[in-house]
Design a protein around this ligand. Structure first.
Ligand code: ATR
Length: 287
């Protein structure tokens, strides 16, 4: 049998909706780049059909999955074992199937951190970080951020109590990292421009700007929106009026995929060329 006809290990991304997912394209590029013999498809599950679809995929020989909206909490509940970062996030975006059952991991936070540090060249060590939002997306990035040893992490949310809950949950990890972790409503924002501001709210979906303090933005600030699109988000455009550098979440998408690939294959692909290709494709299709 020639190499191209050899059976390939099967992976998929599961979600609803899923047709427009970029993950199959990203993982196909990673497979080419690394020579790993994998096949990666997308799988639409009905909103009440996550578990049977995962089980059927395992039965058919599937080796792992990425999990996206709205199934990350169900994936967390389904896993037999969890990585510490998935346990802290309370959500799973990566499943690995093996003799020891279903392993659940969460690579979203590491994806964000890798994009900021590796692709954008901004070190989080000693940085002052402002995290906007306290939902699932925000919770998933707190621990990976603390592991980079920032000076300060301020979590601000429209519903203040949810930010305070996150501060309480991660107080121990922050102490170990020597990081000042605070949060609440907009009044929790401290004087002076932040080095990094991450928008982890769902605000960009309906073009609304999360509550913030304009003084948090400065010329030395990286303003990062976890959302992405062909155009800059409203949060990015707002940050640009203060001279801040901006980034959207396309790089986070690529880097979380690279980390999932590593979890499955033990080989870490290079995200940068794949990110550049995706960016070019988005630019061309928007033109
Ligand atoms: P996700 O998994 O994407 O984080 P989520 O758990 O529903 O989704 O959380 C959505 C986050 O976006 C929350 O922090 C939410 O704020 P509340 O906790 O106050 O609801 C925030 N959010 C959504 N729409 C927003 C808006 N228009 N302005 C500010 N924050 C918004």
């Amino acid at each position: 049998m020639s190499e191209s006809n050899a059976p390939r290990d099967r992976y998929a991304v599961i979600g609803n909706p899923i047709a427009h997912s970029k993950s199959p394209l990203i993982h196909a590029r990673f497979a080419e780049q690394t020579g790993e013999p994998i096949e990666y498809t997308h799988l639409l599950a009905p909103v009440d059909g996550f578990v049977p679809h995962v089980r059927a995929f395992i039965e058919a020989g599937g080796r792992g999955m990425n999990v996206t909206v709205p199934f990350k909490l169900e994936a967390h509940a389904l896993a037999d074992t969890l990585s510490p970062r998935a346990a802290a996030a309370g959500a799973v975006n990566t499943l690995r199937f093996g003799a020891d059952g279903i392993y659940g991991d969460n690579t979203d936070g590491v994806g964000l951190v890798s994009d900021i540090e590796r692709n954008l060249g901004v070190s989080l060590k000693g940085a002052r970080i402002l995290l906007l939002g306290a939902g699932g997306a925000a919770r998933g990035v707190v621990l990976p951020m603390l592991e980079r040893l920032p000076h300060t992490l301020t979590i601000v949310n429209r519903t203040q109590a949810k930010a305070e809950e996150l501060v309480a949950q991660f107080a121990g990890a922050a102490r170990e990292a020597g990081c000042r972790l605070t949060g609440g409503g907009v009044r929790a924002i401290e004087p002076g421009a932040y080095d990094v501001i991450v928008n982890a709210t769902a605000g960009s979906l309906d073009a609304s700007l999360p509550d913030c303090d304009d003084r948090a933005f400065g010329a030395g600030t990286l303003a990062y929106d976890m959302m992405y699109g062909a155009q800059a988000t409203i949060f990015m455009r707002h940050a640009q009026t203060f001279g801040a550098r901006t980034a959207d979440g396309l790089g986070m998408l690529v880097e979380q995929a690279a980390e999932s690939f590593y979890v499955w294959r033990g080989v870490r692909p290079d995200g940068a060329p794949v990110l550049a290709a995706l960016r070019e494709m988005m630019r061309a299709s928007a033109a």
